[in-house]
Design a protein around this ligand. Sequence first.
Ligand code: SF4
Length: 196
Amino acid sequence: MAEDNAALLASVRQCTLCAPLLPLEPKPILQWHPAARILIAGQAPGKKAHDAAVPFADASGERLRSWLGLTAAQFYNPRLVAILPMGFCFPGTGKSGDLPPRPECAATWQQALLQQLTQLQLTVVIGKYAQAYHLADAKPTLTATVASWQDYWPQKIPLPHPSPRNNIWLKRNPWFVEDLLPVLQIRVQQILASGE
Ligand code: SF4
């Protein structure tokens, strides 16, 4: 990685900007290399990812990897997959799940990191916060945006959060598994093959 990019990544990893507003110590959790061809644009790390200091080190990660058809080794290869949530540090937990990502984070870091991802072929946009940031014309609801996935294809694809909390959503929307995932998995395999 060029010196400037290494310095940028080091700056992110040392960030303490919103420390007073976080429930635990700042621990930015991201995966990034300018050669990445797939971007996972997520929400914010959960407590398990915070403890492990590894993005998606939880049941959500297992489901996301199976949705994409990626092995753990492929998923955690930063030269293939960049993982940039809208907030890099665990934001804490509220009454109905994790709190929203800290808004300071995207405002401070996203543009500088995204600008260097010049090899991107696919952005996987997970959850409503990433949809609002990455999709210029996101629909009024998350479900409507995901149902309109072909509007963003093939550069971007909106997904629901892969959390087990969304099992009911998955049951109510069988087209997601039947129609969307097979197309997504073929595209991911094509991107993998493009680097061989
Ligand atoms: S959430 Fe983002 S802006 Fe806040 S301390 Fe962590 S890296 Fe810095």
